[in-house]
Design a protein around this ligand. Structure first.
Ligand code: ATP
Length: 210
């Protein structure tokens, strides 16, 4: 089984579940505990871990602290991940305020916009003119960008990010973006996600199977 996007999403879920279990006082866990907490089957959990050489012990299970450490390492969370954001609208601002990133080792270093009314060089996360984005990304060696500009601007701003050295973009603009060969673009289209939910909720109501 290859390492694909779904597998890495499960690893993040296992890590979050482990952090919750740790807070509850668990020292060891079994694949069943993790499966319940992350919505997978125990055999899926073991398969995912074995892909990365993580082995438990059938009787003893996994040591929570060690497993969190291993997952953080795989997910690149042992060092702070530097991120820039473009587009300080409603979504951009919500992401800048989101406190869950800090604990997870993700740091939004700066945000960029074209609206002078939004600039604020002295804010906790400075909001700077878009023209400064290129130099900021290269000087700070930032590899990850969040895109929360309107759809009409998204392709152009994503190209600016990539030209400056960004290798991964999380795109919230409701539009399909073309990446260059080196960059990975993950898009979150909130309307599509909701339509998907609505479809399956309605289908379940009608008793239609997937
Ligand atoms: P959201 O989509 O986050 O709810 P909104 O409705 O508040 O946003 P939008 O019109 O979508 O506002 O714009 C989001 C932000 O992107 C605004 O702050 C806007 O000034 C900014 N913006 C627009 N074009 C660009 C661009 N080319 N580069 C950077 N920022 C831009």
């Amino acid at each position: 089984m290859p390492v694909n996007r779904k597998c890495i999403i499960r690893l993040s879920r296992y890590k979050n579940a482990l952090q919750r279990l740790k807070a509850l006082g668990f020292v060891k866990v079994f694949s069943d505990n993790l499966a319940d907490a992350a919505g997978a089957t125990p055999s899926q959990v073991r398969k995912d871990f074995s892909l990365f050489g993580i082995t438990g012990n059938r009787r003893g299970g996994y040591v929570v602290d060690e497993l969190i450490e291993q997952l953080r390492e795989i997910l690149g969370k042992n060092e702070t991940q530097k991120v820039v954001l473009a587009g300080v609208g409603n979504i951009g601002r919500a992401l800048m305020r989101y406190e869950g990133f800090g604990g997870g080792g993700i740091s939004i270093l700066a945000a960029f916009d074209i609206d002078p009314a939004k600039f604020d060089e002295n804010a906790d996360i400075p909001i700077l003119p878009l023209e400064r984005m290129h130099d900021f990304i290269s000087e700070n060696d930032v590899k990850i960008g969040i895109l929360s500009v309107p759809d009409v601007a998204a392709q152009q701003v994503s190209e600016l990010m990539q030209a400056a050295g960004i290798k991964g973009i999380l795109n919230f603009a409701p539009i399909q973006l073309r990446g260059d060969d080196g960059a990975i673009i993950n898009s979150i289209n909130l309307e599509v996600e909701l339509e998907n939910l609505i479809y399956f909720v309605n289908a379940a109501k009608k008793g239609v199977k997937e």
